[in-house]
Design a protein around this ligand. Structure first.
Ligand code: FAD
Length: 703
């Protein structure tokens, strides 16, 4: 009989990019509230809203983000500035960045709009900043205020970014952060310290972060009675934490996690593994399982992991964690979050042309998933739940379902959700932990941007709470009703990656190289020998003469027919993707991801030029002022020479060929001397797609 951990694990993968409605159906059933439960939830939530509103009157960051919503040009400008500013190493580039980002937006319209003095002051700074970097009075103001040395705007922008950072960061060092947890504002709360830094690029970075985690565990362990814990990001510990390197990074990361966990266990400190990008989930489970099964950690209940409810795989991951706890005789500490990488995950799936998204596309669907997961966690025998959220409705539902039990905890981020948990902690015996990032501004950026996105998104609860246009009824509407109203379907504005450019054209199909099984298949396919059609190339003078004589016939073919040939060629390129990738790898020495991009770009070129030609080359009726008929027609120019470089041997080779052919020209195409095979293969497919042999002539050879 299969081990329960393995069977739970096997049910995770099929949901990775499963269709949204079928994934949601069981979650909706689990998250549904009885009528009297709903009453209790609404009552509780209204109370929490009151507390939240009272506590947030001076939350200047919230008000700042309310004034500069992400939907406005100014909000987007600020976010891009925040994303890059603190890592610009030199003053001149920083000035250029400020000029670029602040230059065009309309800051004046925000003057005096906010109730917060700080927000209004910041707005004045931005108006002034624009005046200084824009064309309005370039030079004069700059001279005036740069007397202090460093230009005022750069200083002001730097200070604003650091100030914003401080709102979300507990301290620059672990000692400073631990001390701050003793301040009266944090009374009754415990903390989970996160050493800022993620996505290490070098071994040296990874070692530095590893030592920072060791330092944090030691500092927290010096006073275990305080109940603080440490959170760790696996991406900070390895520069190549990626599927293609799983054979080395998984064992190395497992060893590092075990080391940290042993240190934590010896000091009675809990250690939680944060949840990161969807592509890394399966690797993270391998690493967590390795730690859970390490005999030196037997009997330790401090191992924790975060689970993202926006993921279609969240529920089976929880079942797996429960099974792992049972199998290794421990309680797993599980933090349920909604997930912080939503925007990026959506973009990555689109950019990579993948079959579907790994997460839900409507906000209420994530809320429903969260509730269904929360219910599972409250019932699980080997999970101690931690519910991380700033959403009063979500908190109220959990309070309702949990009843009298207090054997779980809430969690919030430092700088967010003030007021939400104070009464629950101080008067009602609930536990709440604050996720407390620690570090200098150098390591702050990725974290800060996620917080700004989270606070600034109009779908987010904290943002809606501060928005006077959102009614309390709307704020507390049942997410289950919303999901059922939409039939659990994908958000209409978030098309499947394949439909991104419809109705103009289909997106080129990608391959999920982050899926270990897909990667193994692709690696095997590209190692097979694949060659283009021998004898397809001719000598130069024959090629030119043939292309010249083919011109009359080819250019007379209707645009629509020529465009249809390109679309057929695109389909053929996709059908022959393994062979083309194999040649790109073997002949052009491309890596697998680059070989895939090469084929996808060639496919996109064909479909793009076909679509544009159909649109742009139609005859245009022009005005006939004296009664005559004037028609604008576009015609080919004759024979084109298309010479491709070696570094994009298929995409650039075919891109220029496709453009020339569809506009009615004939082509003599010459690949780089290093990459004739892939050109031969592509030209053979072009003939198969219906492009006349005379219209496309291949010549190969030297420079
Ligand atoms: P809400 O406003 O109710 O929910 C916002 C969330 O809904 C978004 O963040 C997103 O997840 C989701 N969402 C928004 N729009 C859509 C949409 N169109 N379709 C589907 N879903 C949508 N995040 C991690 O990824 N990994 C971690 O390890 C992690 N650790 C955390 C630890 C703590 C203590 C806390 C409080 C948060 C942590 N987070 C982590 C961040 C967390 O994911 C966000 O704070 C959380 O999503 C905000 O949810 P909410 O219930 O507070 O707000």
């Amino acid at each position: 009989m299969a081990n329960p951990v393995d069977s739970a694990r096997a049910s995770i993968r099929p949901l990775f990019r499963a269709p949204e409605p079928e994934t949601l159906a069981p979650l909706v059933a689990a998250a549904q509230l009885q009528a009297e439960e709903r009453q209790g939830v609404i009552h509780q939530a209204r109370g929490l809203l009151g507390e939240l509103r009272a506590a947030q009157t001076d939350g200047w960051v919230n008000q700042f983000l309310q004034e500069y919503r992400l939907g406005t040009e100014e909000g987007t400008a600020l976010l891009s500035l925040a994303e890059a500013f603190l890592r610009v190493p030199d003053a001149d580039t920083a000035d250029l960045l400020i000029a670029d980002k602040l230059g065009d937006a309309n800051w004046r319209s925000h003057k005096g709009q906010s109730a917060s003095l700080l927000v209004n002051s910041a707005t004045w700074g931005l108006v002034l900043g624009k005046a200084m970097v824009g064309d309005e009075s370039r030079g004069v103001l700059r001279k005036l205020v740069s007397r202090a040395g460093e230009p005022f705007v750069r200083q002001a922008v730097g200070a604003a970014m650091r100030l914003m950072g401080q709102v979300f960061v507990m301290g620059r060092t672990i000692d400073e952060a631990i001390k701050r947890m003793d301040a009266s504002e944090n009374k009754g709360f415990t903390a989970s310290f996160d050493m800022l830094g993620e996505a290490a690029r070098t071994r040296a970075d990874a070692e530095r972060y590893f030592e920072a985690y060791q330092g944090a565990i030691a500092a927290v362990g010096a006073n275990p009675a305080r109940g603080h814990s440490v959170s760790v990001k696996l991406s900070a510990l390895h520069p190549r934490y990626e599927t293609a390197k799983a054979a080395t990074c998984v064992p190395e990361l497992s060893a590092m996690l075990v080391d940290l966990a042993r240190q934590a266990a010896s000091l009675n400190v809990q250690l939680t593994v944060d949840a990161e990008e969807a592509a890394r989930l399966e690797m993270s489970l391998d690493i967590i399982e390795a730690a859970a099964r390490d005999p030196r950690l037997n009997g330790w209940d401090g191992l924790g992991m975060a689970v993202q409810a926006y993921s279609k795989r969240a529920r089976p991951v929880l079942a797996w964690a429960d099974a792992l706890g049972s199998d290794t005789g421990r309680i797993m500490q599980v933090r349920l979050v909604k997930g912080a990488y939503w925007d990026s995950e959506i973009k990555w799936a689109q950019e990579r042309g993948l079959s579907d998204y790994p997460l839900f596309t409507r906000k209420p669907s994530t809320d429903v998933s969260y509730l269904a997961c929360a219910k599972d966690m409250l019932r699980a025998a080997h999970i101690r739940p931690a519910f991380a959220t700033h959403n009063a409705l979500t908190v109220a539902t959990i309070v309702e379902w949990a009843g009298h039990t207090r054997d779980f905890e809430f969690q919030r981020l430092h700088g967010m959700g003030q007021g939400l948990f104070e009464k629950l902690v101080q008067a009602e015996g609930y536990h709440c932990r604050i996720y407390a990032p620690v570090g200098g501004h150098r390591d702050l950026l990725a974290y800060l941007v996620r917080r700004l996105l989270e606070n600034g998104a109009n779908s987010s609860f904290v943002h809606q709470l501060a928005d006077e246009e959102v009614s309390e009824e709307e704020l507390l509407a049942d997410p289950v009703d919303k999901v059922m109203e939409a039939g659990g379907t994908r958000h209409p504005s978030i098309r499947l990656p394949s439909d991104l450019f419809m109705p103009e054209r289909r997106n080129s199909e990608g391959l999920d190289l982050e899926d270990a099984a897909v990667l193994t298949d692709v690696a095997r396919a590209v190692s097979l020998k694949s060659v283009g059609s021998a004898g397809i190339d001719v000598d130069v003078s024959t090629a030119i003469t043939t292309a010249q004589s083919a011109y009359a016939e080819w250019s007379a073919i209707p645009v629509d027919t020529r465009a249809a040939c390109l679309n057929r060629l695109a389909d053929l390129l996709e059908a022959h993707r393994p062979q083309l990738m194999a040649i790109a790898v073997q002949e052009a020495k491309k890596t697998i991801p680059d070989a895939l991009s090469e084929v996808r770009e060639a496919v996109d070129f064909c479909r793009y030029y076909a679509a544009r030609a159909r649109e742009d080359l139609l005859p245009v009726e022009l005005p006939g002022p004296t009664g005559e008929r004037n028609v604008l027609r576009h015609e080919g120019r004759g024979v084109w020479a298309a010479i491709a470089p070696w570094n994009f041997p298929l995409a650039i080779f075919l891109g220029q060929v496709a453009a020339a052919l569809v506009t009615g020209n004939t082509v003599v195409a010459k690949p780089a001397p290093q990459t004739p095979e892939i050109a031969r293969y592509a030209v053979a497919l072009a003939y198969e797609a219906g492009i006349h042999k005379g219209a496309l002539q291949l010549v190969t050879g030297g420079g």
